[in-house]
Design a binder for this molecule. Structure first.
Ligand code: ARG
Length: 457
C-alpha cells in the first residue's frame, strides 16, 4: 500500500520502488515508530482531535503489531516503502477505519525524525554503559598494577619507567572523555520533533509539550523546519563514535606490539586469538587488528553523512534517508568493538617480568641519573651531557646504568657516590614521580580513588 497514491495515475516502476524504499533498513526502529505513534494518538485524544474509542483501538492495534513483529508472527515484507507505511497499513487492516486517523497532524518527515531520535537516544545510552563496563575492567587492572614497572615510550622508543596502572590510566581518561561526549550529545538532542509536520507545523491544536513529555524528551523542538531536517546529532554521534574507535584502535595497536615475540609484554588468551592455516606456530591478534581495521569504517560513516548533508536546502530532502545505514552500521560496529575489546582485555595475561626487564634495559632511568647530578649542584645542561657519556659507555659495554661500577661512574664524573644506584632504581624513578597525573604510587592512589567515585555514580 502507498501512502500517497491519490494523485498518481500510474503504478510506480518496480526499480523506482526498490530504489526509493527504506524498509529493508528502517525496520530496525519499528518499536520506536510504534512508541511514537502511541504518544501521538494519546496527545490527539487529549486535545479532542481524536475520540477516546479511536485512540484505544489504535493503541491496541499498534501494541498487537509490535508484539507480533517481536514474536515473528508478523513478517516485515518488502512490499511496503518504509516502516511507517508498513505499520499504518497493518493497523488499518487490523482495526479498520480508526486506523486511517493515526496520521492526523503528522508527516513522515517529523515521524522519521522522531523515530531516528528515539532509536539513537537509546543507543547513546547503551554505548555509554558499554564504555562504563570497559572502564570497570581498566580500573581493575590499574588497582592490581600500581607497582608493575614497565617502560613508557615516546616515538616508540623507551623513555622513562612508568607502571602498568599508569599506562591503563591514560586509556581510562580517553574513554571517560568519550562518555562525557555522549552525555553532551544526549543533552543537546533530547528535544522532540513530533508535531513539526512536513515542515511548517500543523493547523491542529497539538500539544507538543505533552507529546514530548510522554516520550521523555526535555521538551519540543522550537523550529519545525529545523526539526525535520536536523541531522546534527547523528553527525555528532558519528564523530563521538569515530573518536571512541580511534582510542580503541590506538589501544589495539599497543596490544599488537606488546603481543609480538619481540616484546612479549602480554599474552592474548587463546579464546581471543586465531591461528594460521599454514603456519602451525602462529597465534594471531586478529581481534585487535579487526578493531583497528573497523575504525576506518566508522570514520567513513562520519564523512559520508557530513557529505550527504552539506548541500541540502531546507527543509526535508530525501537525501536524508541515507543517514540510517551509515549510522546503524557505525553504531553496531562500535558497540561490537567495545564488547570484543573488553573481552580481550579481561583475559589478557600481563608478563610483568618482561615489562620490568624491558624498562631496566632501555636507559629509561637516564633522566633520573641527570636529576641526581642536578641535586648535587651540577647544572642540568652539564648533567645531561655527562649522562649522555654514561649511556654511550654502557652501550659500548653492553650493560645498563645500574650495572656500572662506582669506579666507572667516578671516572666520568666525581660527583657520583654509592647512592646513585638507589637513585636510579626503577622503583625510585617511579616512586618519586608523585605530582598528580604522574605514575608515582601516591599520585596513582589519589587518581584511582577519584575513578572509583566516578564509576560508583
Ligand atoms: N524513509 C524516509 C526517510 O528515511 C521517511 C520520510 C519520507 N518523507 C518523504 N517526504 N518522502 O527519510
Amino acid at each position: 500500500m502507498k501512502l500517497w497514491g491519490g494523485r498518481f495515475t500510474k503504478e510506480t516502476n518496480q526499480l523506482v520502488h526498490n530504489f526509493n524504499a527504506s524498509l529493508s533498513f528502517d525496520q530496525k526502529f519499528f518499536k520506536e515508530d510504534i512508541e511514537g505513534s502511541i504518544a501521538h494518538v494519546t496527545m490527539l485524544a487529549k486535545q479532542g482531535i481524536l475520540s477516546e474509542e479511536d485512540k484505544t483501538a489504535i493503541i491496541q492495534g499498534l501494541q498487537g503489531i509490535c508484539e507480533d513483529i517481536e514474536s515473528g508472527k508478523l513478517m516485515i515484507d518488502e512490499e511496503h516503502e518504509d516502516i511507517h507505511s508498513f505499520v499504518e497499513a497493518h493497523l488499518i487492516e487490523r482495526i479498520g477505519f480508526a486506523g486511517k486517523r493515526l496520521h492526523t497532524g503528522r508527516s513522515r518527515n517529523d515521524q522519521v525524525a522522531l523515530d531516528m531520535k528515539l532509536y539513537t537516544r537509546k543507543e547513546v545510552l547503551e554505548m555509554d554503559s558499554l564504555l562504563k563496563d570497559l572502564l570497570q575492567s581498566l580500573l581493575k587492572i590499574m588497582k592490581e598494577n600500581t607497582d608493575t614497572i614497565m617502560p613508557g615510550f615516546t616515538h616508540l622508543q623507551k623513555a622513562q619507567p612508568i607502571t602498568l596502572a599508569h599506562h591503563m590510566g591514560a586509556y581510562f581518561e580517553m574513554f571517560k572523555r568519550d562518555r562525557s561526549r555522549l552525555h553532551d550529545i544526549y543533552e543537546r538532542m533530547n528535544y522532540c520533533p513530533l508535531g513539526s509536520g512536513a515542515l511548517a507545523g500543523t493547523t491542529y491544536p497539538l500539544d507538543r509539550e505533552y507529546t514530548a513529555s510522554l516520550l521523555d524528551f526535555y521538551g519540543p523542538t522550537l523550529n519545525s523546519m529545523d526539526s525535520v531536517s536536523d541531522r546534527d546529532y547523528l553527525i555528532e554521534f558519528c564523530s563521538a563514535m569515530s573518536i571512541i574507535m580511534m582510542h580503541l584502535s590506538r589501544f589495539c595497536e599497543e596490544i599488537i606490539i606488546w603481543n609480538t615475540n619481540e616484546y612479549q609484554f602480554i599474552e592474548i588468551d587463546d579464546s581471543y586469538s586465531t591461528g594460521s592455516s599454514i603456519m602451525p606456530q602462529k597465534k594471531n591478534p586478529d581481534i585487535a587488528e579487526l578493531v583497528r581495521g573497523k575504525t576506518g569504517r566508522v570514520y567513513g560513516s562520519l564523512t559520508s553523512l557530513l557529505t550527504t548533508m552539506k548541500g541540502l536546502s531546507l527543509a526535508y530532502n530525501k537525501d536524508m534517508q541515507e543517514d540510517k545505514e551509515f549510522v546503524f552500521d557505525a553504531i553496531d560496529t562500535t558497540k561490537g568493538c567495545i564488547v570484543l575489546f573488553r573481552g580481550m582485555l579481561d583475559t589478557l595475561t600481563f608478563r610483568k617480568d618482561k615489562m620490568r626487564a624491558s624498562a631496566e634495559g632501555g636507559f629509561t632511568n637516564a633522566t633520573d641519573a641527570a636529576d641526581y647530578l642536578v641535586n648535587h649542584g651540577v647544572p642540568f645542561r652539564d648533567a645531561h651531557g655527562i649522562v649522555g657519556q654514561l649511556v654511550l659507555y654502557c652501550i659500548d659495554k653492553g650493560i645498563s646504568l645500574g650495572e656500572m661500577s662506582i669506579e666507572e661512574y667516578k671516572a666520568i664524573s666525581p660527583v657520583f657516590e654509592e647512592d646513585i644506584y638507589d637513585a636510579i632504581s626503577m622503583e625510585t624513578c617511579v616512586d618519586k614521580r608523585n605530582t598528580i597525573g604522574a605514575p608515582g604510587p601516591e599520585a596513582m592512589k589519589k587518581v584511582i580513588a577519584i575513578y572509583e567515585e566516578y564509576l560508583a555514580d
